[in-house]
Design a binder for this molecule. Sequence first.
Ligand SMILES: [Zn+2]
Length: 395
Amino acid sequence: MREVDAEALARDVAALVQVPSPTGDERAVLERCGELAERLGLAAELHGHDLAALRAHPGHPGEEAVRSELWGLTVTAGGGGTRVCLNGHIDVVGPGEQPWSRDPFSGAIDDGFVHGRGSADMKGGVVAALHALAAAAGDLRCEVVLEAVASEEDGGLGTFAALERDDRFDAALIPEPTAFAVACVQAGALTFTGVIPGVSAHAAVRLEGASAIDRYVDVHRALAEHERRLNADVAEPLLRDHPLPYPLSIGRVDGGRWSSQVPDRLEFEGRLGVRVGETFEEARAALEAVVRDACPEAVIAWTGGRFAPGATPPDHPFCTLVREAAAEVLGAPPPLIGVSYGSDLWQFTARGIPAVMFGPGGLERAHAVDERVPVDDLAAVARTIARVLTRLGDG
Ligand SMILES: [Zn+2]
């Protein structure tokens, strides 16, 4: 096994951060990633997916970003009967409205960090996996396919497309920023929009109208109560200690026109956590019933991304292998955790492929200003993944 070069790893992460790749516009960064792979002596292949066919597929996971094409990159090494997937997304969320301390796409390497949007979530993890694969390539007894995918942030179409091409994997590792925890359980999520009609009237005679805002207040209270119910008696052991495993959050409310008119329409949208073991249908029906009871006039539509919950048994040999390899690098075995956020993990577990997330720190600033990832963490992740890869397979 070759040694992982932390400085070269940091430089490659910076190079990818410097190619902005908001969801929907990922081709350039995938090309750059392919160049980095080839420079490391690995075989990379960029491919365009048939977007129309994917959109017509019954398993299509949903989309939110505007997109006219979908690209994916695979980097393959080794061979043999056992096949392992390293999966990571290279799309990023926007820099947001708040000012950053430096250019969001600087890729600056400073104070032991790589700075910039996507450094932690998760170009850092993708490049760490790439360097791990290069380090392990000469000692593999299995075939490893690294999938760099688009469209994770808006539902997971990139991984869906990659797995439609090839899903013959015995295990998958996703280096999302878990701060060295091994995440094998994850809550799901659904996004929705609601429309509440009202009856308009002059504000001076408001009793002749019916305020859509007043009606929404009842709905909002009912949704808060629903969230409390979802998070009482959490069945999944790895999520039981989580402060709020299944959040139900309203992210936008838009209603009324001006002060002297009773509002006749309000729109809202939100995100619903889906419990481990619960189907999308069950989660949708429960929320719709809650809204209907609070406001019979309200109409709910299920829009945008959907992430099913996913779980790999904590005592699965692949979880154990990742923890043992990490223990050798970090000095102690990392914790096993469940997480409340969506990722592409479920797409593997839904196909019967055991999957875990294990990656660097930095999640606390992912999707926020001044995102950054520790270089030492990236090197430790790469060393762990390289160990995992060399221990899989036979012969
Ligand atoms: Zn991510």
